[in-house]
Design a protein around this ligand. Structure first.
Ligand SMILES: *Cc1c(COP(=O)(O)O)cnc(C)c1O
Length: 435
């Protein structure tokens, strides 16, 4: 906060496509897709029109006991996109909420099924599922969440697989240690575990940590074998980010719960959804006095404006995927990144899949930068001068463009990132801490 306070403020006034303009009239490429949400760009005429059409009808009506058209239509659309059998949709308004709902549903399900002792949870090392207490408990986000541990519930974590990939080529991959540890954990205590939660394919907030193809399927098989619910948190990876609408369908996996948010409205409005399997839905049915109902509600759950925009977002995204446009952009992005950074002296590791990438910044003579040097942050501040907005994660640069960027704009994104790195790092002054 002190650093933020010391900086001249950057105030966004407007946006168009992949660009944002500040109150001084300066233009920036939105290199983090307005925190990983933007799909078709800012100020998209089709999304704007969908929003305005709904605005002319009703801006908000509760889903607590009532229904509305865009909400019902979006639920049907999501059920259609999801794997067979994953057809029940519970709306909320942010990713952490969508995950909390899945966790609570799993917890309650096992009580309803007569197995209340199944109430533990398993997460993947480095996992991030939001900043509320339940999501912090199953997550593993280092100092982001560490100080709040004592107020969370206990959860077990298993090691993440190893995978390096860019430009569609897997450089190294090893899932054995991860899957062996998971199996051991399940053998030991599956009878006390309600659910396992996983960000499939890419762990975004961990710094774009990748999983090799097949890993999600292997985890799903272990969950099924040991009767543990599988919650897939696709809040970051769904809606085209990795090239497909949903990662679970791509991986051939039907989870028990699927959590969606971020790209659901194309980055326009807060909306989230938790999908559940039919059998889980049915366990909650009963008379009023049986108290089997799921008591959970958010005031703006399934907001109609957001739902209307989500429907238009999905309609447009289907076209981008079907005609190969999105795949071509991801290929282009991977090639550009590999050319600029695969052998760069200040890049320790490059990870890229779909339209998401991470670049780990390192000193040319080896080791890592001391935390206090703020190397990643300095590079991002320099990028602003080159008209590019990026967010660092420590000394990793996370590059998450809106999916609408043209190949020329992707070229600009990569070349401006490269310029910022080359401006700062070759002459970067820091006090090395070497052991
Ligand atoms: C961003 C994110 C969340 C939290 O979503 P919010 O809308 O910020 O609460 C949960 N899971 C993953 C994988 C995310 O990337």
């Amino acid at each position: 906060m002190q650093e933020y306070w010391a900086q001249p403020p950057l105030v966004i006034a407007s946006g168009r496509g992949g660009w944002l303009t500040d109150t001084e009239g300066r233009e920036y490429l939105d290199g983090n897709a307005s925190i990983w949400t933007n799909v078709h760009g800012h100020n998209d005429p089709d999304l704007n029109a969908a929003l305005q059409r709904q605005l002319g009808k009703v801006a908000h009506a509760t889903m607590l006991g009532l229904a509305h058209e865009p909400g019902a239509m979006l639920a049907a659309e999501l059920a259609d996109l999801a794997p067979e059998g994953l057809g029940r949709v519970f709306f909320s308004d942010n990713g952490a909420g969508a995950v909390e709902i899945a966790l609570k549903m799993s917890f309650q399900y096992w009580q309803l099924a007569g197995k209340p002792e199944k109430r533990g949870a398993i997460g993947l090392a480095g996992g991030y599922h939001g900043d509320t207490f339940g999501t912090m408990s199953v997550g593993d986000s280092g100092f982001f969440h560490e100080r709040f541990r004592a107020w969370g519930f206990p959860a077990d974590h298993f090691p993440a697989p190893v995978c390096r990939e860019w430009a569609g080529v897997v450089q190294t991959a090893d899932t054995s240690a991860s899957l062996e540890a998971l199996e051991a954990l399940l053998i030991e205590k599956a009878d006390r575990i309600a659910c396992l939660i996983l960000e499939p394919s890419v762990q975004g907030a961990a710094g774009m940590r990748l999983q090799p193809p097949g890993f999600v399927g292997a985890v799903a098989a272990l969950c099924r074998k040991h009767e543990v619910h599988l919650i897939l948190d696709e809040v970051f990876v769904a809606f085209g980010r990795l090239g497909s609408m949903l990662v679970c369908t791509e991986e051939g996996v039907t989870p028990d719960f699927l959590c969606l948010a971020k790209g659901l409205t194309g980055g326009y409005l807060p909306l989230a959804a938790t999908l559940a399997r039919e059998e889980i839905f049915e366990a909650f049915l009963g008379t009023y006095e049986s108290r089997r109902a799921f008591f959970h509600g958010h005031t703006f759950t399934g907001n109609p404006l957001a739902a209307a925009v989500a429907l238009e977002n999905i309609r447009k995204l289907r076209l981008l995927i079907a005609d190969g446009t999105l795949a071509a952009r991801a290929t282009c992005f991977g090639r550009l990144l590999a050319a600029a950074f695969a052998d760069h002296p200040h890049v320790g590791e490059l990870r890229q899949r779909g339209l998401t990438a991470a670049i780990d910044l390192v000193p040319a003579d080896g080791g890592i930068y001391p935390v206090a040097a703020r190397a990643g942050w300095q590079v991002c501040m320099k990028a602003r001068e080159h008209g590019l907005l990026l967010r660092p994660l420590g000394d990793s640069l996370l590059i998450v463009p809106p999916l609408c960027l043209s190949e020329t704009e992707l070229g600009e994104l990569v070349s401006r990132t490269l310029r910022a790195i080359n401006d700062i790092l070759p002459t970067f002054q820091y006090h090395a801490q070497r052991s």
